[in-house]
Each structure stands twice: as structure tokens, then as C-alpha cells.
Design a protein. Structure first.
Length: 243
């Protein structure tokens, strides 16, 4: 099955690599120079018009370009998936298609590890097939929910990168070589994600903490510093920025 991705930025690239093992991916853009970096893929150029009839398309250009693209894309697509930030389902329905979906993946799609929140008023199984092929897709029930879910999926990797860097630096401060400290932190993040698939966060924390143990002492310091509130405030700020 062919999937046509309109765009040439980081997100378009990540999805293209994530999809290429299962689908035939065609990158579509206005400028052949910008598409030259995608040597592994077929590419096509659109001009003043481009026929999308019967095609499965992913919109991955800048959100401000949507209005112009509506006039350029002709015909009726089979499926239209949008990854455009600050764009709702009604916006992309200006492009004719049998089914529409708005989603907010992250760049881990390149490694088939994206957490992708999506919203659609269609039950087309192909949406799940495509989005789950480059990670895990989680469906929400409204555009407003998608905004918050998109922040969790898209912004939290940056939040956690700050945490990972701080912990790695802390390991160095306590005497570890920086390479060892960073490798330990990366591995702990991976093992913790597996644990969280099986335990609620509160239960996992209680499982790890023992009376007068080393873990509860560290947790106490985090609680004193108000870490929970800081993360909730960060999420609030990013959500506000997405409106």
C-alpha cells in the first residue's frame, strides 16, 4: 500500500522511516532540492495542482500552508491524516477524503516508538494500522482532548530529557564516569517504562521504597522541592502554548 507524505521536515522524515518497512512511502513537496535528502524514498513534486484521488495522504507541512494546500490538492483521497499542530478535524476536512484523522506523533516515529495521540470521527481500521506501524497510537474523543494528549506525547520527551541529564550529572557528581552514568540512566528509563506497563505509578513507587531505605530518602527530597507541581505547571504551560 502506498502512503504519500506531504512535507520534508523532521516529522515527515521520522514518519517516512517508521513506515517504510510496511508501506511504500512517497514524499511529496514543492522543491526538489528539499526532497533530495530522501534518497531512500520515491519523491514527487506538486505545482499549482496535485491529484490525490484514491490516495492515502499524510499532511506534514507547516500549519500555515494548509489554506494554500486546500486549493492545490484536487480530487478525493481515500484517507487524509494530519500531523499539523494547532489544526483540528474540521480544518482538514477542507481536503476531500473518505476518512480524516488528526494526530500528534513525536519524532520517535523514526524508531517505531512514537506515542501518537489521534482523533477521528471515522472507524477506518487503516488509521490504526498506519499509526501503530511507527509506535503506539492512542485514540482520544475530541479535538480538545487531542491538544492535551499531544502535549503529553510531544513535549514530555523534552521534560524527561531534562530529568535524564540531571540524573546523569548527579551520577558524575557522586563519582561515576559520565559515560557509565548516562548509560545507567538510559537503561533505567527503559526498564521503568516496562514496569509502568504493569504498575500504576503510585504502586511502583511504593514497591521500590522500603522503610528508612535509600529510595524513600530521595523521594522525600523530591516532594520537598515540589517536583509534582513543577511538572504539572510545565504541562499547563505547554498546553496553553498549544491553544
Amino acid at each position: 500500500m502506498k502512503i504519500y507524505i506531504f512535507g520534508n521536515g523532521a516529522m515527515a522524515s521520522a514518519m517516512a522511516y517508521g513506515l517504510m518497512d510496511k508501506f511504500e512511502v512517497i514524499l511529496v513537496g514543492r522543491n526538489s532540492k528539499n526532497l533530495a535528502k530522501f534518497s531512500e524514498f520515491k519523491t514527487e513534486i506538486y505545482g499549482s495542482s496535485y491529484d490525490i484521488s484514491g490516495k492515502n495522504i499524510i499532511l506534514a507541512f507547516k500549519p500555515y500552508a494548509l489554506k494554500d494546500m486546500v486549493s492545490i490538492l484536487k480530487g478525493r483521497a481515500n484517507l487524509c491524516i494530519s500531523v499539523l499542530a494547532m489544526t483540528n478535524l474540521a480544518d482538514i476536512k477542507a481536503i476531500a477524503a473518505n476518512a480524516h484523522c488528526v494526530c500528534l506523533p513525536n519524532i520517535a516515529a523514526k524508531y517505531k516508538a512514537s506515542t501518537t495521540a489521534y482523533y477521528s470521527d471515522s472507524d477506518d481500521e487503516m488509521i490504526d494500522e498506519i499509526l501503530n506501524s511507527f509506535g503506539k497510537a492512542i485514540r482520544v474523543e475530541s479535538d480538545s482532548e487531542l491538544k492535551v494528549a499531544g502535549v503529553l506525547a510531544g513535549c514530555v520527551p523534552a521534560y524527561l530529557s531534562v530529568v535524564a541529564e540531571a540524573l546523569a550529572n548527579g551520577g558524575v557528581k557522586e563519582g561515576l564516569k559520565k559515560e557509565i552514568s548516562l548509560n545507567l540512566v538510559n537503561s533505567v528509563f527503559n526498564s521503568t517504562s516496562k514496569l509502568l506497563e504493569n504498575y500504576h505509578p503510585a504502586l511502583l513507587k511504593e514497591l521500590v521504597c522500603s522503610p528508612k531505605g535509600t529510595t524513600i530518602q530521595g523521594v522525600y527530597e523530591l516532594e520537598k522541592a515540589g517536583v509534582r507541581g513543577v511538572f504539572m505547571d510545565a504541562l499547563k504551560a505547554s498546553t496553553k502554548g498549544a491553544n
